[in-house]
Structure formats: structure tokens, C-alpha cells
Design a protein around this ligand. Sequence first.
Ligand code: ADP
Ligand code: MG
Length: 151
Amino acid sequence: MKYITHNLEETQKVAHEFVDYIFSHQNDKKISGATIVGLYGDLGAGKTSFTQGVARALGIDETIVSPTFVIEKIYELPLQGRPFVHFIHIDAYRLEHSSELVSLGWQKIISDPTNLIFIEWPERVGDIMPEHIKINLEHTADGGRQIETFS
Ligand code: ADP
Ligand code: MG
């Protein structure tokens, strides 16, 4: 997947399409455990905005705030968000060490297949990241954003 977006609304539309993609590929997932999406990219690239679009697409009404100061937020999904039961938004930016995430129950969270996890700055905790879908967001020269999956 590769998109160029020119504003927040377009980015959230891409997020919506990405949710459809995850749902349609849920059954051919080979790895067990949670579905994990890593959001890579600089400050202001749109990682939180993208996550907000995902949350809305999942039917979460609650406003998704940047979890920078709380590290992790867990949302219960309404029925339309199923097969997942929980949507978990993590921002690893301020973590000094991946053991801090382990203390928050990381191993349990990633082993539960009903969890859908979106994590900003996954490279900060690269040593404990299991296999995950990788999305890179970056600024384009004209003020837009490029959003693409990579492996
Ligand atoms: P990050 O979480 O990567 O630090 P945020 O999502 O918090 O980034 O912030 C992105 C900022 O850029 C928001 O203020 C948003 O309104 C703005 N913005 C401008 N153009 C876009 C775009 N095409 N996609 C996403 N955000 C955009
Ligand atoms: Mg952010």
C-alpha cells in the first residue's frame, strides 16, 4: 500500500481503508497472537492522526488522544470492531527502555488474538517487537504525507 495524502481528512480515509484491509486478511493470518501495526515516522508525520482514523473506522466514539504521556491506552471495541475485542494504542516515544513496556503487560497483550495493537515509535522497543505490519509516514516536499507499508 502506498498513498500520498494532502490533509488530515485524506490520511484518515487511508486509515479507514487500512482497517478494511486488516479485516479482510484476518483469516489468512499465519502468526498467532495479537494483530500488531507499527507506525514509523518523525514527529508530526501523522502517526496519531492515522490511529485516530483507525479508531473511528472501528466505531470508537471516544476521542483518541496522543498517548505520549500515558504510554498506553486500551479501548473496548463495539461489535462492529470485532473480531477484535480491544484496540490498544501505544506511543513508545518516551520509553527509556523496552522493559517499561514489558512492565505494562506487553507479553500478555501481544499473545491475545482479540487485541489489535497500534504502536507509534516501535523502533524504540525494537528488541521486543514481534512480527508486525509496518507503516511508514513521512512529510512530502509540498506539505503532504506519504503513507506506505514496508517489510
Ligand atoms: P505524529 O503522531 O506522527 O507525531 P500527529 O498525527 O500527532 O503526528 O500530527 C500530525 C499533524 O500534521 C496534525 O496536526 C495534522 O493535522 C497535520 N497534518 C497535515 N497534513 C496532514 C496529512 N496529510 N496527514 C496527517 N496529518 C497531517
Ligand atoms: Mg503521535
